[in-house]
Design a protein around this ligand. Structure first.
Ligand code: CA
Length: 240
């Protein structure tokens, strides 16, 4: 969502249901444009699918109607405060993990936030890497610890942490490679058409053409071995 209008992505995707095997989805509610963009980019690079809301009303609505694996919620927001949003979600039984962001360092607000149902908080300024690490911990905890590990031969993929290994060897993957690999691993043994990968893995304003997928698959093969992902001519890809 880095190009185009900031509100375009979230609104147009708002009714799309999420199957449990899709990439990890984060709702980011932050009215500061710079911090919002920077965090969205950092989270996207870490392999998350991010929807961003820039005011309290929109943030509350999205968290109320969509399914997210976790929320990053600023407290000082126009229209509806972060604290009020959190109270409403919790009162309505929305129990996704929420990390509260606060510019204010007052401990009373942190306590208030935790009492209102926040699972963690970060005081601004903060490092994106710490937000990402803590989010992953929250998501792991919420999904009952451990995290889902997908295995195929020597290849192991931790869905929550986004870590891939070949045997004992960690394999660094880009966000896009991680999403494509996760999607294929979850459908191992099945032929997955290119169009299906494009629909599920790429956001609306990313380059959605078959070349992008082919390049991505090519890079995955380089990293994981030629035979890891098979091309079934005219039909799609398959991990055996
Ligand atoms: Ca703010």
């Amino acid at each position: 969502m880095s190009g185009g209008n900031w509100w375009h992505g979230p609104v147009s995707r708002i009714r799309r249901r999420r199957a449990s095997e899709e990439p990890i989805r984060i709702l980011l509610v932050e009215d500061d444009i710079q911090i919002g963009r920077w965090l969205e980019q950092s989270l996207t690079e870490a392999g998350f699918t991010v929807d961003r809301a820039a005011d309290g009303d929109m943030g509350w609505y999205m968290g109320d109607t969509e399914v997210y694996d976790a929320v990053v919620l600023d407290l000082g927001l126009p229209k509806l405060s972060g604290m009020e949003i959190l109270k409403r979600w919790r009162a309505a039984g929305r129990n996704m993990p929420v990390m509260v962001l606060t510019a204010r360092q007052r401990w009373t607000e942190r306590v208030e936030g935790l009492n209102a149902g926040a699972d963690d908080y970060m005081g601004k300024p903060f490092h994106a890497a710490e937000v990402i690490a803590r989010l992953r911990a929250l998501i792991r905890r919420a999904s009952g610890g451990g995290g889902q590990i997908l295995r195929r031969g020597d290849l192991a993929l931790d869905v929550a942490s986004g870590e891939a290994r070949m045997g004992e060897q960690p394999v660094p993957l880009t966000a896009q490679e991680l999403k494509v690999l996760t999607y294929l691993m979850q459908r191992a043994g099945r032929i997955v058409p290119q169009t299906e990968i494009i629909d599920h893995v790429y956001s609306l304003d990313q380059a959605r053409d078959s070349n992008t997928i082919e390049v991505c698959i090519g890079r995955l093969r380089k990293k994981l071995g030629r035979d890891t992902i098979r091309t079934i001519r005219g039909l799609g890809y398959r991990i055996d």
